[in-house]
Write a protein that binds this ligand. Structure first.
Ligand code: URP
Ligand code: ZN
Ligand code: ZN
Ligand code: ZN
Length: 483
């Protein structure tokens, strides 16, 4: 059984050309003119692109006294509906819980996935067991470790723990990742705001100003540099953090920044909405920022100082958000976006001329596939690559509405936004999961993507570190000690 995508224009991170694509056994087996196959998908007027990869999701995540409401089934269904064919979720050990134990829990949840997936492992506490199990985690194909510099008293780790874990990542050939906000200062600002009677969702934004993100980003970059490990900064939301990443990259450091589609397209005025629910539904960390920061993020994607657009999909219902009525610190942090990332970025990025279609592919798929060392299995339209593809219709429009979404929650932070540019077909390893708006996903079709450690950038970094390491000076005459 073969499937052929006919009459489309292939758009990859570096090429645009007319060709058909043949798929057999879930793999791309031929690219060329006038191909024939058992099943034919008409791509006339469409772009054939690598399916999106969202490297930042929290499906069924235990957090702030509850669980995020999209699980691997609804979350990956939402992903496919919007042209995303792979998600990378965070396995999150509870404080004191072993990494392999957390990994088993995540494997248990992800069995229902409709598309392929991988994990990052979170380092939420530090000790000998964590140090030891990091090797086992890498052996299981999970080669990226996330650290929270915020959420004091819960997920946060301190600088000594960061450094120890980053060193371990360097030794294992893994990638270090951070949620960069100064958790100590956020905790102090939050307590003060509450004491002063600032209890609504707008105070969430006041408690996490851009400076706390900028400081933590600079600190993480310094610690990664000392440890000799590449660093990936998740949800970069402001100029201060972007500036730190930009400077580090110009200094030759291996640092990547990840803006979210929410931060690119929604601003802080959402928190001043008179409706409590409206504002609380948009509470996430870092919070939405003003126009100046949004312009900085767009410029970063254009110039290459920022590399990946993700969602941090972490969806809570209105009922869950209401845990925080009267105390903004209890509003579960997180917003959805899996279904909307690609259409929103195409609409506000490509249709405005801020991004080329090739840059769109780079920041939604190819760059992260390379960073996470699963390219060209993922993120490519090449013979031998997985047929995770999206046939993108640049003329197709819709108005985003919670009533029509796949996500399990009862609202959508992009409600009412018109998008132009949507999938005609989404294919997960060759299986048509979405056809002209019809959802044909198959629960459990998704497979775990194991990743190899020591990608080229780690090897380069460790070679340079070794070459420039401090060395004791060999001396002939050593003075006698004492007097
Ligand atoms: O508010 C957010 N971002 N919630 C999800 C957890 C995290 O910090 O990424
Ligand atoms: Zn985070
Ligand atoms: Zn997150
Ligand atoms: Zn299947």
């Amino acid at each position: 059984m073969s499937t052929v995508i006919r009459n489309g224009t292939i758009v990859t991170a570096d090429l645009t050309y007319r060709a058909d694509v043949r798929i057999e056994g879930g793999i791309i087996t031929e690219i060329g003119p006038d191909l024939a196959g058992d099943e034919v998908l008409d791509a006339t007027g469409c772009y054939v692109m690598p399916g999106g990869i969202d490297p930042h999701t929290h499906l069924e995540m235990p957090f702030m006294g509850t669980y995020s409401s999209d699980d691997f089934e609804s979350g990956t269904r939402a992903a496919l509906a919007g042209g995303t064919t792979m998600v990378v979720d965070f396995a999150l050990p509870a404080p004191g819980q072993g990494l392999m134990d957390a990994l088993a829990m995540w494997h248990n949840k992800s069995g229902r996935a409709n598309c392929d997936y991988s994990y990052h492992m979170a380092i939420t506490w530090w000790g000998e067991q964590v140090f030891d199990e990091m090797q086992a985690v890498v052996d299981q194909g999970i080669t990226s470790f996330k650290h929270f510099m915020a959420y004091k008293g819960a997920l946060m780790v301190n600088d000594d723990e960061l450094y120890a874990s980053f060193r371990r990542c360097a030794d294992l050939g893994a990638l270090a990742m951070v949620h960069a906000e100064n958790g100590d200062v956020v905790a102090e600002l939050s307590a003060r705001l509450l004491a002063e009677g600032n209890r609504g969702p707008e105070a969430h934004a006041y408690s996490r100003p851009p400076q706390v993100e900028g400081e933590a980003t600079n600190r993480a970059i310094m610690i990664a540099d000392m440890a000799g490990v590449p660093l990936y900064v998740v949800h970069t939301s402001c100029e201060e953090a972007h500036e730190a990443i930009r400077r580090a990259r110009m200094q030759g450091k291996r640092v990547w920044g990840e803006p979210l589609i929410q931060h690119l397209t929604l601003d802080e005025s959402e928190y001043f909405h008179p409706d409590w629910d409206h504002a609380a539904r948009r509470v996430m960390s870092p919070p939405f920022r003003n126009r100046q920061h949004q312009d900085s993020l767009w410029a970063g994607l254009q110039s290459g100082s920022l590399s990946v657009v993700a969602t941090d999909h972490c969806a809570f219902t209105t009922e869950q958000k209401r845990f925080g009525v009267g105390d903004f610190t209890k509003i579960p942090n997180g917003t959805g976006g899996l279904e909307d990332r690609m259409p929103m970025l195409w609409t506000q990025g490509v249709n405005t001329g801020r991004l080329t279609p090739n840059e769109f592919v780079a920041v939604t798929s190819t760059n992260i596939a390379k960073i996470l060392n699963c390219y060209p299995k993922k993120g490519a339209v090449l013979v031998g690559a997985d047929a995770d593809l999206v046939v993108w219709d640049p003329e197709k429009t819709k108005v985003i509405s919670a009533g029509a979404q796949q996500s399990a929650i009862d609202y959508n932070v992009f409600e009412g936004k018109e998008v132009k540019g949507l999938p005609r077909f989404t294919l997960s390893r060759g299986k048509v999961a979405v056809a002209d708006g019809e959802i044909r996903t198959e629960e459990g079709h998704g497979q775990f993507v194991a990743r190899e450690p020591r990608p080229a950038v780690n090897r380069a970094l460790s070679a340079w570190k070794e070459l420039t390491a401090p060395r004791a000076v060999e001396r002939s005459g050593i003075p006698a000690t004492g007097v």
